[in-house]
Write a protein that binds this ligand. Structure first.
Ligand code: SF4
Ligand code: SF4
Length: 126
């Protein structure tokens, strides 16, 4: 029987800060998954959904965002949920990779301090 480790963050209460990272890597396997999901060929998926990052790597394209200025093009701006959850890249599945999320710790502390459960921290400097 597999048991999931308990985690100390709740993505359902978060505005998806991690989806605002500029460098969300897309590897070949991720690209194939995206192409399958949208029923397009690899070239079309590469052009439509990715661009070259600063280091020459493939990253997800962004869109404007009211909270963070810019977020992954696949984040729903209202619900703050991933619109391609089952087709999202590996890096999104793996994040944050530990039982805590630094942004969520910060957000929770601010929400407690400000007595505002809906407060959105738009900047965070880990
Ligand atoms: S920033 Fe942390 S808590 Fe928020 S969606 Fe990303 S992983 Fe989840
Ligand atoms: S693919 Fe989904 S989980 Fe990954 S950055 Fe974009 S919106 Fe967030």
């Amino acid at each position: 029987m597999s048991r999931r480790r308990p985690v100390f963050y709740d993505c359902s209460k978060c505005p998806a800060y991690c989806c605002s990272y500029a460098r969300i890597r897309v590897h070949d396997r991720d690209l194939r998954r995206l192409a399958r999901h949208f029923a397009v060929d690899l070239d079309a998926a590469r052009r439509r959904y990715t661009k070259k990052g600063d280091g020459g790597e493939r990253v997800l394209r962004h869109r404007r965002d009211a909270h963070f200025g810019s977020v992954c093009r696949f984040l729903d701006p209202a619900t703050r949920r991933c619109t391609i959850y089952h087709a999202r890249p590996e890096i999104c599945r793996a994040y944050p990779g530990t039982v805590r999320c630094g942004y969520y710790d910060f957000l929770s502390a601010e929400r407690r301090l400000q007595a505002d459960p809906d407060y959105v921290a738009t900047t965070w400097n880990p």
